[in-house]
Design a protein around this ligand. Sequence first.
Ligand SMILES: *Cc1c(COP(=O)(O)O)cnc(C)c1O
Length: 243
Amino acid sequence: MQNRLVTDSTLQTPNGLHRRYNHVRDRIRQAEAGCRREPGSTQLLAVSKTRSVDEIRALAGLGQRLFGENYLQEAISKMGQLEDLNLEWHFIGRIQGNKTRQIAEYFHWVHSIASLKHATRLSNQRPPHLPPLDVCLQVNTSGERTKEGHSENELTELLPAYAALPNIRVRGLMTIPAPVGSESARRHPFQQLRILRDRLRTDRLPLDTLSMGMSDDLEAAIAEGATLVRIGTAIFGPRQYNQ
Ligand SMILES: *Cc1c(COP(=O)(O)O)cnc(C)c1O
């Protein structure tokens, strides 16, 4: 089930975008300062699913370079229209086995790897003229059956096989926790991911990336060591889907 893209961007005033973008960057800086992390140690991935090419172009004009997309055809169409901008594209959506070739051809990063079979296909299909595909392995920190991602035990077992794939580079871990209320409950899955990363990292596989935190919980994620937060709504405003 793919949501249809709303192309009408007249609801979005450029000033609103500028204001929200600055606000998100302030939140990140404050969160870094609040836990004595180095300013700039958290990268901002702008999640642009359902957003128009004009909105992405406007945000790129404000200095944003990393963009995350969930739906392959939508993403490829936008990339074609934004080729002149030299943006870095991250695939963060659910991977379908029959779509890996295009993901391997078009993207710089994939955050949502939850299957060794998919990763093997991505490695085999990565075009030889491109550098290895940077990836995060998705971990299910909430234990919900509906959520994608490896359990900690599964990941521990599979990590050597992932790391051995020649044309992908395992950069770290990613999680999408179930929404919860309290601040301490919010931090728990992020802490779990960091502890898992600390346990699995080695000199040869430093796992330097923790992809965690979205619009509602970026502070909690940064406090637990996120190196990259994935932010959509807080930058672009609420998403609008047709039907
Ligand atoms: C949509 C999405 C986001 C952004 O969510 P917001 O709440 O809009 O910031 C982040 N990560 C993933 C995997 C997403 O699908």
